[in-house]
Design a protein around this ligand. Structure first.
Ligand SMILES: *Cc1c(COP(=O)(O)O)cnc(C)c1O
Length: 372
């Protein structure tokens, strides 16, 4: 049977069938809240109170969500995580960084640093896709680059300091709001809002410790050239006034604030992490119980609770599964393209309803029966 001819009965389908890793599901309630502000927020100045109050709401909401200790600050700026990597290379790394590379995103940041002439060659500690490296103290690193969740492979790595020396900067683009984290273990926990925060792209957000703020200030005062658009000191000064250096996407900010408030109102990070745990367990258990499927990540403690990767036996082509799902309106279960495996990837961020994940497993069974 042609995959796209498979018709999944309506009653089996998830109510909301968006399972993409990013951009990810935006809750319709947040879209409705945005529409409510169609006249007094959208299309108004980001230097005035209506917008600045929403930025303040987002910054305060994040401080609450992550139980930030005194002295930690929430920074934001334009360009998403990829641009923030360049900002970190200019404004947070003194000279030597150490990177844990275990997939596409952690690798891209390391490559960005390796290409920066003003920095020394970074130390790279890598491991095979589907695993994470073991942390090792460095002789000289002034910044450790961790990735809380490697979105390309579905591996989660704990956030902890291995030494007192050096800042700990964590790419939490897909982890933020879905995984528990202790602020004492990081100095710079950063993300973009189109994943766990169920908003749209184009913005970066960072939770900065006093040590990170001190580093930003000292590098800004040094004679290093830093382009203004990625200058973290300029971002810090603007963030403190609930603004950004240049014009942000206002919808992105409001949708992110809506999501953070929604999570805080439901029980905060603990609640959100438990919800992701429930959703991901449904999928891992499903894969373990099916002869043709297996979780890609072998070690249970390394399996991501927000991005689930499932391998399929060679007798079945995973692209037939994803195209059958897509033909039925169930979207973005395709694997990370460069990983090149016969697998599906399902994101189960806090916005995704665990019931929809359970429905997805029913749909997978339905499709598999017809493809084999
Ligand atoms: C998506 C993602 C990025 C890239 O984010 P952009 O906002 O698109 O630049 C970086 N790191 C991780 C872990 C991601 O999941």
């Amino acid at each position: 049977m042609k995959p796209t001819d498979i018709e999944i009965p309506e009653h089996l389908r998830p109510a909301d069938a968006r399972f993409g890793a990013g951009p990810s599901k935006v809750r319709p309630e947040a879209m409705a809240a945005l529409f409510e502000r169609a006249r007094d927020y959208m299309g108004t100045s980001h230097r005035q109170a209506p917008v600045r109050s929403v930025v303040a709401r987002l910054r305060g909401g994040l401080a609450q969500l992550f139980s930030l200790p005194d002295g930690y600050e929430v920074l934001l700026g334009n360009g998403g995580t990829t641009v923030l990597w360049d900002a970190i290379a200019f404004g947070l790394i003194e000279r030597w960084s150490q990177h844990y590379v275990f997939g596409e995103f952690s690798g891209r940041f390391a490559a960005a640093v390796a290409n920066a002439d003003h920095l020394s060659e970074p130390e790279i500690v890598s491991s095979e896709p589907g695993t994470h490296p073991v942390q090792v103290p460095s002789e000289r690193a002034d910044l450790y680059a961790l990735t809380h969740n490697e979105t390309s492979t579905g591996v989660a790595m704990p956030v902890r300091r291995v030494t007192r020396r050096g800042l700990v900067a964590v790419d939490a683009t897909s982890a933020a709001a879905g995984l528990q984290v202790d602020p004492a273990e990081f100095d710079f926990y950063y993300f973009a809002p189109q994943k766990g925060l169920a908003s749209d792209g184009g913005l970066w957000l960072a939770l900065a410790s006093p040590a990170a703020i001190e580093r930003i200030e000292s590098l800004a005062a040094s004679d290093r050239y830093i382009p203004a658009s990625i200058d973290l000191k300029i971002a810090l000064d603007n963030s403190r006034r609930d603004q950004t250096y240049n014009t942000p996407a206002l919808a992105t900010i409001l949708l992110a604030a809506e999501q953070v408030d929604w999570i805080n109102a439901n029980g905060g990070l603990e609640w959100a992490a438990a919800r992701c745990e429930e959703s991901s367990s449904t999928l891992y258990d499903w894969a373990e119980a099916r002869p043709l499927a297996n979780p890609f990540v072998e070690r249970i403690e390394q399996r991501s609770p927000v991005v689930v990767t499932i391998d399929f036996d060679a007798s079945i082509d995973s692209s037939h599964i994803t195209s059958a799902l897509r033909a039925n309106g169930i979207v973005d279960t395709e694997p990370y393209r460069k990983l090149g495996r016969n697998q599906i990837r399902v994101a189960v961020y806090p916005a995704v309803d665990p019931d929809d994940v359970a429905a997805l497993t029913g749909c997978l069974d339905f499709v598999l029966e017809r493809l084999t």
